[in-house]
Design a protein around this ligand. Structure first.
Ligand code: ATP
Ligand code: MG
Length: 381
């Protein structure tokens, strides 16, 4: 093996490459520790990430077997030399750690260590963690050897890159958590808007069939066919929500036909009269059509479930390059401000989000005893 600065450079370079290949924080930590131990030819290496309570959120070791690690017991706390390094954020290079006045001893199963090199890992003003190495492996003919100033410099370079790799990995993990949270909320909206409405109609239709089965078997049969159709639609919507598909009907039939069919289905499933009327609307950008359909579904659903209306009218009209959707019921109405103050209602919140998400506008016009009109306008393309 060649000696001198070149081999050091190669070793550093491969350590850096290994670190940047990982995206999970724990993997990055493990690579840093293993690289540091190899680079400086030490018997033991460890990396501690402090928590805010005087302990370590993570503590990764290299050179200690799993059994040994278990036997040592609980994770170290931040005290003695470890604490000094984290607080002062300065390197510590000791010929014999056991002779340092700050040394407080270690647990029974802890391996014996003498020479010690510790370095904080800093990013800007923040101390992300500390890297410790112990027992440099060198021919011990003359008794002891220890870490050199060159070792300290080399570890310093590694620590700087470790800080970057660690920060990147943290950012990556955080962004992934965010994506998962967004995905969960999208799915909740989707399931609420599409599937729960279908299930509600399904329940009513099944109840109607049950009530008719003795008295009027042939009408009961009709209701049961309706149950089957609604169940099939619910299954489709569920699938679409999960794999993030547009409602299939929109692609096949367009917004106008889809709204018409939907209104007809609801008309048959509920006792209220549900009508649909459309004027001059041509195809809109896909996202706007989808948002329109979802808002229409929720508004219809609310009208049928909460208002006790005798009739519900859905209209879709051209306005400029865009379109206006209106869902009007002659039911008991409500005070939108009272509802808003009463807490989060997913339906109304979701309608507003859908409208603003496509550059549109939603208006809720309702008052107790007056009926309700939900209006949504989208700009078109
Ligand atoms: N057309 C309507 N007529 C009468 N009251 C309504 C109407 N639409 C909404 N409401 C009232 O507003 C409340 C909030 O509606 P929203 O759709 O946000 O929630 P929800 O329908 O109760 O529950 P979900 O989250 O399942 O939609 C309803 O509980 C109801 O009291
Ligand atoms: Mg609702």
């Amino acid at each position: 093996m060649s000696q001198g600065p070149r081999s050091g450079l190669n070793a550093v370079s491969s350590a850096l490459l290994a670190m940047s290949r990982h995206l999970e924080v724990r993997d990055v930590l493990k690579t840093i520790v293993a690289s540091a131990r190899e680079l400086l030819d030490a018997e033991y290496a460890a990396l501690g990430v402090p928590d805010d309570h005087g302990g370590f959120a993570q503590f990764v070791v290299d050179g200690v077997s799993d059994e040994q690690w278990k036997a040592i017991g609980p994770l170290p706390r931040q005290h003695g030399i470890l604490a000094a390094m984290l607080q002062k954020a300065e390197p510590e290079r000791l010929a014999d750690v056991r002779e340092d006045p700050r040394f407080e001893g270690w647990p029974d199963a802890h391996p014996d260590m003498s020479d010690f090199l510790g370095l904080p890992i800093r990013y800007g003003d923040e101390t992300l963690g500390a890297l410790f190495l112990a027992n440099k492996r060198c021919p011990r003919i003359e008794g002891r050897c220890g870490f050199t100033a060159d070792d300290e410099e080399l570890l310093g370079i590694l620590a700087q890159h470790a800080a970057i790799a660690l920060t990147n990995a943290r950012l990556y993990e955080r962004s992934r958590e965010l994506t998962i949270a967004e995905e969960r909320s999208r799915l909740a909206h989707e399931l609420h808007d599409a599937v729960s409405q279908k299930l509600f109609s399904l329940r009513l239709t099944a109840q109607a069939a049950a009530a008719l089965v003795d008295r009027d078997p042939s009408r009961a049969k009709g209701e049961l066919q309706q149950v089957a159709a609604l169940a099939a639609e619910a299954a489709d919507e569920l699938r679409a929500a999960v794999v993030e598909l547009r409602p299939a009907a929109l692609d096949e039939d367009g917004l106008v036909a889809t709204l018409r069919t939907h209104s007809q289905v609801l008309h048959r499933a509920h006792s209220a009269r549900v009508t649909f009327d459309s004027n001059g609307v041509r195809a809109l950008p896909a996202a706007q059509e989808e948002a329109m359909l979802r808002v229409a579904q929720e508004a219809l659903h609310n009208a049928l479930r909460h208002s006790g209306a005798a009739s519900v009218a859905v209209t879709l009209d051209k306005r400029g390059a865009g379109a206006v959707l209106r869902v009007t019921d002659d039911g008991k109405g409500f005070d939108p401000q009272v509802i808003r103050r009463a807490g989060r209602h997913l339906g109304l919140v979701s309608m507003r989000d859908r409208a603003s998400g496509v550059g549109g506008r939603l208006t809720v016009d309702s008052a107790p005893g007056k009926g309700t009109t939900i209006e949504m306008e989208v700009p078109g393309g």
